[in-house]
Design a protein. Sequence first.
Lengths: 173, 157
Amino acid sequence: MTMAATTIPIHAAKQRSPSFEYLSTKKDELVGWARKFSLFPYPFVTACCAMEFMSVSSSPYDTDRFGAALPRFSPRQSDLLMVVGTLTHKQAPILLKVYEQMCEPKWVMAFGACATSGGFYQNYAAVAGIDKIIPVDVYVPGCPPRPETVIDAIMMLQDRIARSQHLIVNDRF
Amino acid sequence: MGTQVFDVVQQQLAPMTGEFSRSHGTLVIALPPAALLDIVRRLKSEFGFDLLLDVTAVDWPGQAPRFEVVYHFYSTTHRVRVRLKTRVHEADPTVDSLVSLFGSAGFMERECHDMYGIVFRANPDLRPILLYEGFAGHPLRKDYPKQQEQPLVPYRT
């Protein structure tokens, strides 16, 4: 019974490839790359566009592919404010308060024609675009927008985050 | 359909009030504001119109009593509707409140007060319901400028 157990070392014959030992990037790009794939949206949903918001977040279109799926219902935990639907003058103070409660970095998406420009409402009740109240990073046209348009807007926002300078990057980091 | 109740209503109420007409299977009664509360009380207690559907108003600019306050009632026994119309002047747009007869009148009268400025006497709570505190004017009046906004938050420059 001299049958010696043979162990096969897993990495024995594998040569280390020197090409993957170093990675060179810029600090801003590194932070941007991390941030653009972890967008936590806060859905500020006021009107019928909500149906399209549900459609784009559920499995057929699936914004989770872009790291932007988990809605946080506290503005303090979120970094993408999605204003989905018509904003009335009565609601404007609430939107402003929610925006001010969000921590930096934060981005805003105007979802649909009403949030973008007031849409077909030109009257005493509706605000003609949320950018009269808070700054907006990306506008999504449509009444309501197609899911593809929303996904395109998320990708545009990701590009912008990846290319922008980040305040966290300073001389100590 | 129980439209024969209309003939009874018309016969009984004719001495008290103004014009009767029919419109799309509905009995329409135009009456002076002073008669409103009595007529509604009798419609509810004697003729079974036990559901108040809506309180609204119509602005007729240029006409002498400018506003027309409109009420719709439904009878759950006869399954027919009746509409009451009463005219009030711009200087004193006051009618009696129906909250003593129909609790649901409270919110609908508040909305009508928001939009047209009709004052409902004896309604205990005429605060804004759809508009906000500090809103000047009544947006569904024909002379309210269509695009006049009254923002609560100062606009970004």
